[in-house]
Write a protein that binds this ligand. Structure first.
Ligand code: UDP
Length: 220
């Protein structure tokens, strides 16, 4: 059998992966590629079909004889994205970035590898984004924001201008984060969690969970 040239995969068959697979396939069609796209999920003992696509575990994917392999890690948990990202790097597999046809990216935007930008996401001008960013349906990142590595936005996050969000922060669905200024950006610290619908009006310290309007620290 001939070695195939390239293969693409969406890692994860749960909600995130099944929502991103059609976006990934549509992106390949847009660039005129007929390459195969499969699911990878470690829960699978043997290959099966998921929503009409071949799904296999990582060891099976690794064994495929192919010159170039590209993987979108479609798992919401940011620590798992980081662990899988390292594994792929060690195995010489490339991180794949996927965006919808309706995703809008403005001027001077730098987005590192492995991003999942769902349909109707908008990224404003002069924005920098780290590795494996997830922005779910209808979220936006306005101008002059700096987003770290492995940051996750649930659907419809409103991230206004001049906001800095550090690594592994999670922003819940519908949250609104107040605009900062160029002298004093609003800061969401590393690993912080913003609850769904929260209205964040001031900095959130690393590792804290904030909820409500105006957002306050959730005491455990
Ligand atoms: N998963 C995996 N390898 C890992 C960790 C997770 O294949 O090391 C898979 C897991 O089996 C599940 C998916 O990733 O199918 C993550 O699903 P989750 O329920 O966390 O939901 P989602 O990230 O899609 O929202």
């Amino acid at each position: 059998m001939n070695t195939i040239d390239e293969i693409f995969a969406v890692y994860g068959i749960a909600g995130c992966g099944r929502s991103l697979m059609p976006v990934a396939i549509e992106q390949l069609k847009r660039v005129g590629s007929n390459s195969q796209v499969v699911f990878i999920d470690d829960i699978l003992d043997e290959d099966r079909m998921v929503n009409g696509h071949v799904a296999m575990n990582y060891d099976r994917f690794k064994d495929i004889d192919c010159s170039y392999k590209f993987v979108l890690i479609a798992i919401a948990n940011s620590s798992i994205r980081q662990i899988i990202g390292k594994k792929l790097l060690n195995d010489g597999i490339l991180l794949w970035s996927v965006k919808g046809a309706t995703t809008l990216i403005m001027d001077n935007v730098n987005i590192d590898v492995g991003a999942a930008l769902s349909p109707f996401v908008t990224i404003g001008s002069n924005v920098t984004i780290g590795k494996c960013f997830h922005a779910n349906l209808y979220s936006y990142v306005e101008h002059d924001c700096v987003i770290g590595d492995y940051v996750t936005f649930a659907p419809r996050v409103n991230c206004n201008g001049n906001i800095h969000i550090y690594d592994h922060a999670y922003i819940g669905s519908g949250a609104v984060i107040k605009q900062g200024t160029s002298d004093k950006p609003l800061i969401i610290g590393e690993g912080a969690i913003v609850g769904m619908g929260a209205v964040v009006t001031k900095d959130v310290s690393p590792g804290l969970v904030v909820v409500g309007n105006p957002a306050r620290v959730l005491l455990k």
